[in-house]
Design a protein. Structure first.
Length: 545
């Protein structure tokens, strides 16, 4: 067999769209893409949402999801054009020669079946191994992927392991049938940076050990630089640039690729705090109803007018729980919260309207934060009517002013959320928060679900609005690149406690505590060989201890 295992030639993919008030019609979403992939090599597919990355990845299995159709071109796998294959042959291909690792392992595993049963299922059904052989191979893969207790982790159910462990179990599932190609579709996007390092290294070592070819789909260029031999940059179904990882990272030719490489280059100058904070969190301890342990332990932070406090830490550190306490959704057991010089009632429904108006929140998922049956004008107009009694022409004028502030302009008032892009939806949520004329806005992971270029635009918008409105931000995130770009002060949280706190310049300057050092060293850098350097450094530290 030739070293070139996958050959894609002039691939075209289409879909049927159903615009409101118009007749359904077909559109082309991938426009003549071509590439080669050898055994043992990794091709990174990178680009923003809608670029066609996952659609192209699934086409290597001759599959189109959600009504998507492969309309032209050739996809050669193991010397045959699979687009001409019969259904029975495709069933042998999928889960045998070509396997798939999705973005969310938690959503992909069956919660009612043990991990071992699911990891071995395809290998057994494809006739590659007997059950005993498949289970033995699964245990070997668990070892290679660095999973704890590899002999018995397969006996657990999916909810009994962490997110990072489950993502590695899914990688084992994909490798178990000894495929020739694995499609990795954003396998680390939902993970914390500390967990992401382990999963990336496990994936890279597994590819090297098994010799499979791999497509690695992501929107994070720093991540794909660590695992890929070559990179294809995509935008709106077109190939923008295609070359070696070294060339794409260090010498990008196209303007769009250059923008991806330089993303998060925001130059935010740290401001001096005002004498009196707008928010003071004092000795807050909290636990969820029905539990007997504290999820927040003696937390103390301040937010000053016109400034940004970034609250950073991995999942489960207490970041969003702190936001729930501040907003009154989770009453604290101990401690006090002062806002704008007055004590906040621990229970939201007991707070006066002025407290509700001056403390607003922007949520991570704009899709679920807006009523899909309401127009943009209605969504932004509700706080204007509720807090200020604006109606009629005065309300419409103010809505348009807010749309102009968030750089959407004319023509958006009558649109529904489904007619907006991800970045536009988040801008509408920002406008809704600004409509109340708040003193402070809590931003809960507001850019984590967005592509880098879109997220960059949202961060610049928030910083600009902060200058205009003098609003304070409490910005919850696990993205250290975002923290460096926008923060004036930083609180690092770990297991419900603030382990490091101060101005950005102080928190990001050594010497570091162990956890902050781990967080900062885990942020992927746009540098070849960075992953190996980090892993080697950790092994040396571990050996020294």
């Amino acid at each position: 067999m030739s070293d070139t295992f996958v050959k894609v030639r002039d691939l075209k993919i289409g879909a049927t769209v159903y615009p409101p008030g118009e007749k359904p019609h077909d559109i082309e979403i991938v426009h003549g893409v071509s590439f080669d992939l050898e055994k043992g090599k990794v091709l990174g597919l990178i680009g923003e949402s809608g670029a066609g990355k996952s659609t192209i990845g699934l086409a290597t299995m001759a599959y189109g999801r959600g009504g998507v159709k492969i309309t032209g071109g050739e996809v050669w796998v193991n010397g045959r054009d699979i687009l001409q294959s019969r259904l029975g042959d495709l069933r042998r291909l999928r889960g045998g020669e070509v396997t798939y690792v999705s973005q969310s392992a938690a959503a992909s595993f069956n919660p009612a079946k043990k991990i071992m049963e699911q990891v071995t299922e395809a290998a057994i059904k494809q006739g590659k191994f007997s059950r005993r052989e498949a289970e033995r191979r699964a245990v070997d893969l668990f070892k290679k992927l660095g999973l704890p207790d590899p002999e018995h982790i397969g006996d657990r159910f999916p909810h009994q392991v962490s997110g990072g462990q489950l993502q590695r179990c899914m990688t084992a599932l994909a490798l178990c049938p000894e495929p020739d190609l694995v499609v990795f579709d954003e396998p680390t996007t939902a993970l914390d940076v500390t967990t992401q390092i382990d999963v990336l290294m496990a994936i890279k070592e597994a590819i090297a050990a098994t010799g499979v070819a791999a497509l690695y789909i992501t929107h994070d260029l720093a991540v794909v630089a660590q695992v890929s031999d070559d990179i294809m940059v995509l935008k709106m179904g077109d190939m923008v640039e295609y070359g070696t990882t070294d060339q794409i990272i260090n010498n990008p030719q196209e303007e769009y690729t250059q923008a991806l490489v330089s993303v998060r280059s925001i130059d935010h100058e740290e401001k001096q705090p005002s004498p009196e904070p707008v928010l003071r969190v004092e000795n807050i301890t909290a636990r969820y109803r029905g539990t007997n342990f504290d999820v927040l332990k003696n937390v103390n932070v301040e937010v000053h007018p016109g400034q940004t406090l970034a609250v950073v830490g991995e999942s489960g550190s207490g970041k969003s729980t702190l936001a729930r306490v501040i907003t009154g959704l989770l009453p604290q057991r101990e401690g006090n919260i002062r806002f704008a010089g007055r004590d906040l009632d621990p229970v939201m429904k007991n707070r006066p309207r002025e407290d509700l108006r001056e403390l607003q929140m922007i949520y991570q998922m704009a899709d679920t934060a807006m009523n899909p049956r309401q127009t943009v004008g209605t969504i932004i107009g509700r706080p204007l009517e509720f807090y200020f009694g604006l109606k009629g022409k005065a309300k419409q004028t103010r809505i348009q002013e807010l749309l102009d502030e968030i750089e959407l302009g004319e023509g958006f008032q009558d649109r529904y959320p489904a007619e907006l892009s991800g970045g536009q939806k988040q801008r509408v949520c920002i406008a809704r928060a600004l409509a109340a004329k708040p003193r402070m806005i809590i931003c809960d992971e507001v850019t984590s679900a967005l592509d880098p270029l879109v997220a960059d635009g949202i961060l610049k918008l928030l910083l600009n609005l902060q200058k205009i409105e003098d609003v304070a931000f409490l910005f919850i995130t696990h993205d250290l690149a975002t923290v460096k770009a926008i923060a004036d002060s930083i609180a690092v949280m770990y297991q419900g406690e603030v382990v490091r706190y101060g101005t950005k310049s102080d928190v990001l300057a050594p010497p570091f505590d162990d956890y902050t050092d781990l967080l900062l060293s885990s942020v992927p850098e746009m540098k070849l060989g960075w992953l190996e350097e980090v892993i080697a450094h950790r092994k040396m530290e571990s050996a020294g201890n």
